[in-house]
Design a protein around this ligand. Structure first.
Ligand SMILES: CC(C)(COP(=O)(O)OP(=O)(O)OC[C@H]1O[C@@H](n2cnc3c(N)ncnc32)[C@H](O)[C@@H]1OP(=O)(O)O)[C@@H](O)C(=O)NCCC(=O)NCCS
Length: 297
C-alpha cells in the first residue's frame, strides 16, 4: 500500500476492472482453480452500475482501483454487495474504508434498514460487518430448479404504457404492504424481464452479461401477496426460465418459512447458503408471513 486509501464513486471507465477484482477476490477466497472466471459470464457489476438504483463505492491506492462495494436501494431498504478487495490488499483495512463510505451512502438515502448476505462460517466476514452494526440472523438459501416448459407467462414488457404504469403501482402497493416504504420501482425499470401474475411479480435476469448469466434465470426479487399467489408466481417464473432454456435460481431467507418449504416441495434444491445480516437487528421482511424471493448478494 503506497498511502492513504481514497474512497469515492466508481467511474464508468473502471467498471470492467471492478468486476475483474470481484472475480479474483471471490475466486481466491473460495480457492477456485481459476479465480479469474469465478462468475463465468454473469455480471453483477455492469448492470448494477447502470441500474439507477445502485451506487458503486470505489477504493483507490494512489489512483489504482483496489476494491469496490455496490450499494443498492429498494426504497426504505438497502443492501450492499458484492464487496471485494484485491487479494494483495486484504487485512489492511480497505473493506472497512469501503464500508464507511457505504454507510454514508445509506445515511444520505435515509433508509430505515439495510442488510447483506455473507459466508456464515467466516468469522472474519461476520466480525467485519458487526463492526458496522449488522447482526447475523437466519440463513438465506440459494435454490435451483431446472423447470419444464409451461404456459407463456405475462411479462411487463408485453403491456401497453398505461397497463405498464398500473403494474408498477400494483407492485409498489404490494411491497409497501410487506414492509413500509419497500419500493422496487427503480429495480423494475432497469430489469431485463419482469414476470407478472395476479398479486405477484418477479424480476428476472438471464443470459450472458446479465446478473444471471448463461443457462440461469436469476430471480433477483419476487413478491407475492399470498401463498396461492406465490405458487402462481413460481409457476410463471419456471415457464419463463424454461422458455429461455435456463434453470431458475432464487434465494429465500429461511425466516420466510412457508415460502422456503413450498419451494422445496416444488423440487428446488439448495446450491449454496449464507447468512443474512441486518441493521438494525430486526426481522424486516424476513418474516414467516412474507412470500418474497431475494438474496442480497
Ligand atoms: C471480505 C473482504 C472484503 C475483507 O476485506 P479486507 O480489506 O481484508 O478487510 P479489512 O482489513 O478492512 O477488515 C477486516 C476486519 O475483520 C476483522 N476480522 C478478521 N478476522 C476476524 C475474526 N476471526 N473474528 C472477528 N473479526 C475478524 C479484522 O479484525 C478486521 O477488523 P479490524 O481491522 O478492526 O481488526 C476481502 O477479504 C475479500 O475481498 N474477500 C473475498 C470476497 C468476499 O468474501 N467478499 C465479501 C462477501 S460478503
Amino acid at each position: 500500500m503506497t498511502g492513504e486509501i481514497a474512497i469515492s464513486p466508481l467511474r464508468a471507465d473502471e467498471v470492467a476492472e471492478a468486476w475483474r477484482i470481484c472475480n479474483l477476490a471471490f475466486g481466491t477466497f473460495l480457492n477456485l482453480p481459476d479465480p479469474s472466471k469465478t462468475f463465468g459470464d454473469r455480471d453483477l457489476m455492469g448492470p448494477r452500475f447502470r441500474s439507477g438504483c445502485a451506487e458503486v463505492i470505489a477504493a483507490r491506492d494512489a489512483g489504482r482501483l483496489v476494491g469496490s462495494n455496490v450499494a443498492t436501494r429498494w426504497g426504505s431498504f438497502a443492501f450492499f454487495g458484492p464487496l471485494t478487495v484485491l487479494p494483495e490488499y486484504w487485512d489492511k483495512g480497505v473493506a472497512k474504508r469501503l464500508l464507511d463510505g457505504t454507510m454514508r451512502v445509506f445515511d444520505s438515502w435515509g433508509v430505515r434498514h439495510s442488510g447483506l448476505f455473507t459466508f456464515a462460517a467466516s468469522a472474519k466476514h461476520v466480525g467485519l460487518y458487526q463492526k458496522f452494526g449488522y447482526w447475523p440472523q437466519y440463513l438465506t438459501a440459494i435454490l435451483r430448479k431446472t423447470p419444464e416448459r409451461g404456459t407463456e407467462p405475462t411479462l411487463l414488457s408485453d403491456l401497453d404504457p398505461r397497463s405498464h404504469e398500473r403494474a408498477l403501482d400494483q407492485a409498489r402497493e404490494l411491497t409497501r404492504g410487506i414492509s413500509p416504504g419497500l419500493d422496487l420501482t427503480a429495480e423494475i425499470r432497469s430489469a431485463p424481464d419482469v414476470v407478472l401474475v395476479q398479486d405477484g411479480f418477479a424480476i428476472c435476469h438471464t443470459g450472458p452479461g446479465s446478473e444471471g448469466g448463461s443457462g440461469v434465470c436469476y430471480v433477483k426479487f419476487a413478491a407475492a401477496r399470498s401463498a396461492e399467489a406465490f405458487e402462481r408466481l413460481l409457476s410463471a417464473c419456471e415457464s419463463f426460465a424454461a422458455s429461455r432454456g435456463a434453470a431458475v435460481e432464487a434465494g429465500v431467507n429461511l425466516a420466510r418459512e412457508d415460502a422456503y418449504r413450498r419451494m422445496r416441495a416444488r423440487g428446488y434444491l439448495t446450491i449454496t447458503q449464507g447468512v443474512a445480516m441486518q441493521r438494525p437487528h430486526g426481522p424486516g421482511f424476513n418474516r414467516s408471513d412474507c412470500y418474497v424471493i431475494d438474496d442480497w448478494r
